[in-house]
Structure formats: C-alpha cells, structure tokens
Design a protein around this ligand. Structure first.
Ligand code: 3PG
Length: 214
C-alpha cells in the first residue's frame, strides 16, 4: 500500500472530478474502485453515510492500492479517526469545524473542508486550509458565487460539489479558482446493484475529457 501523505491540492489535481460514492454493500467496494481506476479516476471519496462505509474504505485501501481512498461526510473528530484507521488517505467534510480540522491533521489526513459562506472560508483559512469544498455548490450560488469569491478569496482553490452534473461541470471547471468538482453521477446506485462496472468505467473516462482552467 502507498502510504505517503497526500495534500489536499494533490487530491484535487489528480482528475477533473472526485466521485462522491455511497456504498451499501462491502462486496461492491473493490470492483467499483477498480472500475473507476480503469476510467482514470484514482481519488475516491467514500461517504460515511452507510453502516458499511468504513469496511468499504478498508477493503479499497487493502485491495486497490493504486487508488487513494478518502472518506466523505466527515463531521466529527471520531469520523476522522475512524476513517484514518480504516485506511483513508484524505477526508472531505460538508462543513468546517476547528475540531475536524485538527483531528484530520493529527490523523495525517488531507482535508477538503466544506464551506458555503465567506465567514466559513475565513475560519478554514485561519486554520491553514486553502483548498476548500464549496458545498452545496449549485444550491449556494453556483459558478456566480465562485466568481464573486475570487476577489476577496484570491488565494483559495475550490472543489464545488452538490448539484454538479456532466452538463454544468464545464462551467465550474472554466473558473480559475476551481481545480476540480465533486459529483455522485459517476457511481449510480443502480450500476452498483446490477454490477455494471463497465458503465462506471465509461462515466469515469468521460470526465477525463473535461478541460480545466486551474
Ligand atoms: C453529496 O454530498 O451528496 C455530494 O455533494 C454529492 O452531490 P450530488 O449528488 O449533487 O453530486
């Protein structure tokens, strides 16, 4: 297993899209990860939203070392610690608290903290985080919000997530303060249930064609 520490920027730069993954069955984890890898996506965000999530992270970390598995929906110190123990290399949170920031640092996890307001950006920046997830991106103002933030927050890079689709991803990626986007469309629930790994590979491969400004 590759265990060198990742930075949040490295996580964001690897591909135009970070897949936001919800897994209900541990048996899906490894073939799903291999399908995304085959499509050129290595940074995999497995959300801590199901009882199986940590076991899925563990399986991917063990069986698919070419990928870097991260934990999404990290909302507490305990989430961060559990994710690191399971083998996660990075964490994504829907909001930001200093406790989550410190827990990720202590656990050696790169963190993409979620923000939706200027005050939240300032709080995350105060703690040294300059690569942030803009969540929920479409609902909180979309590309226009990021354009507005590029003035005062000229030194922050974003990963917009929430309501991002294959149709609007290019609008986000054209912005100089956007490095990548996050989205759940790469891993549809029905493709997992039917074991349609080829579809997941195809959806991943399609995202590689998205151009990035940053
Ligand atoms: C989430 O946390 O569910 C992500 O933001 C994914 O959102 P999406 O389903 O709109 O891509």
């Amino acid at each position: 297993m590759t265990t060198h520490a990742l930075s949040a920027l490295r996580v964001m730069q690897d591909a135009p899209v970070i897949p936001v993954i919800v897994l209900n069955d541990v048996a899906h984890a490894v073939p799903m990860a291999r399908a995304l890898l085959a499509g050129g996506i290595r940074m995999l965000e497995v959300t801590l939203r199901t009882p199986q999530a940590l076991a899925c992270i563990e399986a991917i970390a063990r069986e698919v070392p070419e990928a870097a598995v991260g934990a999404g929906t990290v909302r507490s110190r305990a989430d961060a610690q559990a994710a690191a123990r399971a083998g996660a290399r990075f964490a994504v949170s829907p909001g930001y608290t200093p406790a989550v920031g410190q827990a990720c640092r202590d656990a050696g996890l790169a963190l993409l903290p979620g923000v939706a307001t200027g005050s939240e950006i300032m709080l995350a920046q105060e703690d040294g985080f300059t690569e942030l997830k803009f969540f929920p991106a479409m609902q909180a103002g979309g590309p226009a919000m990021l354009k507005a933030w590029s003035g005062p927050f000229f030194d922050v890079k974003f990963c917009p997530t929430g309501g991002v689709t294959p149709q609007n991803a290019a609008d986000f990626l054209a912005l100089p303060n956007v490095v990548c986007v996050g989205g759940s469309w790469l891993v549809p629930a029905d493709a997992l249930v039917s074991g349609d790994w080829a579809r997941i590979t195809r959806l991943a491969a399609e995202t590689r064609a998205l151009a990035r400004a940053a």
